[in-house]
Design a protein around this ligand. Structure first.
Ligand code: PLP
Length: 394
């Protein structure tokens, strides 16, 4: 199979990212000659084990954590499930979970299933968001109780990029003796994180969102936080996660974390400037378009724009003619005709929620690509609106 990446304008980095060439180079020995089992006693396996430990330190350095606090998993979804289920098992007498209405399905569906599969043994508070996607901390404070086993609040939203004040929220949970988990899958590598100064007990991340391969993730567990493994099995990961390690991907993730630390400034200057140029250009050139999400409390790479009275799926198909890749809703929910639960929770009107497009950039995007998208989008929207009975009725 051949995918020509040079042909596409890839602005769908919150769905997944290009594996950095440096990451591929770091992985190659572990896909070829270095195939020993990291748990083996012999040196052929032992040297592979040392590469896994180096990757653990690289991840820890990016997060301001200790290497011992890093457990490798298969993905962000596994890390999320492990954190929540661990807290529920560690405190079986506590039957309350606090989360938000805008979490990724990895948390949203887990909480729904927990209710269903346990005969509604658990009470779940889903915090409402404001119109700009932000949270009301007073309502959060009211929701915290002695019965709360865990709070799970994403660091940054995958659809709008809105960043939640998890530092403050974790502190508030700690003051009430409640464990705090954050799904930081979209935040890691894009904004600075220093866990050494924070009261966060669990943090999830996923390799494929920061230029490492798919199928590798991390669960950070703060030293001293009670932990119950999700995957029982062998003694890998100090008994915290059974299953032979995905060595090549773990090594790749370590390298990606090292690169992310170096590129963070570029992410927050050049990528932010490209995103702003794209956003401002689209809002200025397309009538009845609006930004979804807080203007500043947001990831530097993400913009979610609604083009009223047109269908997001139709827009994406037209963009595909020019090989421009973006998303309507999140990649996981596209394919369903339901408007995104995130935009609905923000109260975005139906006609606008349906026509929302998320552009998510990376360090690999260029100004020329932004200008190309700015040239192609206004005629696409105008053409689709000509076919829309709702637009004509306006
Ligand atoms: N959490 C968030 C915020 C995400 O954006 C995603 C993926 O889109 C996930 C969790 C799931 O990560 P993974 O695909 O590694 O399971």
């Amino acid at each position: 199979m051949k995918c020509n990446e040079k042909e596409v304008v890839y602005m769908d980095n919150n769905a997944t990212t290009k594996v950095a060439p440096e990451v591929v180079d770091a992985m190659m020995p572990f896909l070829t000659e270095c195939y020993g089992n990291p748990s083996s006693m012999h040196n052929f396996g032992g040297q592979v084990g040392r590469a896994v430990e180096e990757a653990r330190s690289q991840v820890a350095d990016l997060l301001g954590a200790e290497a011992k606090e890093i457990t490798f998993t298969s993905c962000g979804t596994e890390s999320d499930s492990t954190a929540i289920l661990s807290a529920l098992q560690a405190f079986p007498e506590k039957r309350h979970i606090i989360t938000t209405r805008v979490e990724h399905p990895a948390i949203k569906n887990l909480c729904e299933n927990l209710g269903r599969f346990t005969g509604h043994k658990y009470r779940v508070t889903r915090l409402q968001v404001e119109a700009d996607g932000t949270l009301d901390l007073l309502k959060y404070e009211e929701a915290l109780s002695d019965e709360t086993a865990i709070v799970s609040v994403m660091w940054a939203n995958n659809e709008t990029g809105v960043v939640f004040p998890v530092e403050e929220m974790a502190k508030m949970a700690k003051d009430r003796g409640v464990l705090f988990h954050t799904d930081a899958v979209q935040a890691v590598g894009k904004i600075p994180i220093d866990l050494s100064t924070l009261e966060i007990d669990f943090l999830s991340l996923s390799g494929h969102k920061l230029h490492a391969p798919k199928g590798v993730g991390v669960l950070y567990v703060k030293r001293g936080t009670p932990f119950v493994p999700f995957l029982a099995g062998g003694h890998q990961e100090e008994g915290r996660r059974g299953g032979t390690e995905n060595v090549a991907s773990i090594v790749g993730l370590g390298k990606a974390c090292e690169l992310a630390g170096v590129m963070m400034e570029e992410e927050n200057t050049r990528v932010r400037a490209l995103r702003d140029r794209l956003e401002e250009g689209l809002l200025a050139s397309v009538p009845k378009s609006m930004l979804n999400g807080h203007k500043t409390d947001r990831l530097p790479n993400t913009t979610n724009i609604s083009f009223e009275f047109v269908e997001g799926e139709a827009i994406l198909l037209h963009m595909d003619i020019y090989k421009i890749c973006a998303s309507s809703g999140s990649a996981c929910t596209s394919g369903s005709l339901e408007p995104s639960h995130v935009l609905r929770a923000m109260g975005v009107p139906f006609t606008a929620a349906h026509g929302s497009i998320r552009f998510s950039l990376s360090i690999y995007n260029t100004e020329a690509e932004v200008d190309f998208v700015l040239e192609k989008m206004p005629p696409i929207i105008a053409e689709l609106r000509e076919l829309s009975p709702f637009w004509k009725a306006e």
